[in-house]
Design a protein around this ligand. Structure first.
Ligand SMILES: *Cc1c(COP(=O)(O)O)cnc(C)c1O
Length: 230
């Protein structure tokens, strides 16, 4: 079996096992294959093995791959979005996981409208309150969610968070737990409107199993599928 196919099978198995450990149905967990800096051939190999959702951080690189891709895949933007890049992001991506300010949300909404698309979005929360990181602070999330809900071409689907970097994946657990609690609180406050299922995008190669134990519905895995990036 080719490497990527093997890695995918291993990650899926671990997702299943992590869900089982906490009595969750693994069917409610989506795997976002983070293909940043990886060639289209790797994406096609993963797609041939059944992978549908791909995550990219670098707009220029992603755009070329998306335009060359012979299949209709589902693309998530997971990097910081500069407002002047909102037009391209709205044109090429199906979901933006990193909406962290109303100005960006309004720009994405405007361009999604022009392209006659509905764009799925997650609000990125700076759950570790790290000054160097993007994301809205938890206490500012309600205002941003309210603002997004009023935009006709965006579909608010949930929140995304990245805990502070640590070499020990267990260090991420309290941040994942806090993110899950925040989502529950926001939902209880009616801030997701009539949304049936609030998505929680959290967990990467090093800690996605812990994220699943803490309620993640989307995990963003790169290295464990495609190998180390240069
Ligand atoms: C790169 C990246 C990932 C994937 O990281 P890996 O450790 O390679 O799995 C996930 N989320 C975001 C936001 C990233 O930038």
């Amino acid at each position: 079996m080719a490497e990527i196919e093997k890695n995918l099978a291993a990650v899926r198995k671990r997702i299943f096992a992590a869900a089982q450990r906490v009595g969750r149905n693994s069917a409610e967990i989506s795997l976002v294959a983070v293909s940043k800096k990886k060639p289209l051939a790797d994406i096609m190999a993963a797609h041939a093995a059944g992978q549908k959702i791909f995550g990219e951080n670098y707009l220029q690189d992603a755009r070329e791959k998306i335009q060359q891709c012979p299949k209709k895949l589902c693309w998530h933007f997971i990097g910081h979005v500069q407002t002047n890049k909102a037009r391209q992001v709205a044109e090429f991506f199906d979901m933006v996981e990193t909406v962290d300010r109303l100005k960006l949300a309004r720009a994405l909404d405007k361009y999604a409208g022009q392209f006659q698309r509905r764009l799925d979005v997650l609000v990125q929360v700076n759950i570790g309150r790290e000054p160097q990181k993007s994301g809205v602070l938890p206490e500012d999330a309600p205002d941003l969610l309210t603002g997004i809900t009023s935009l006709p071409n965006l579909r608010l689907r949930g929140i995304m968070a990245m805990p502070p970097f640590s070499s020990n994946p267990e260090d991420s657990r309290p941040y994942f737990r806090r993110t899950g609690k925040l989502a529950v609180e926001l939902n209880a406050g009616g801030l997701f409107g009539t949304l049936e299922r609030v998505e929680l995008s959290m967990g990467m190669s090093g800690d996605y199993e812990i994220a699943i134990e803490e309620g993640a519905t989307m995990v963003r895995v790169g290295t464990a599928l495609f190998g180390a990036r240069l």
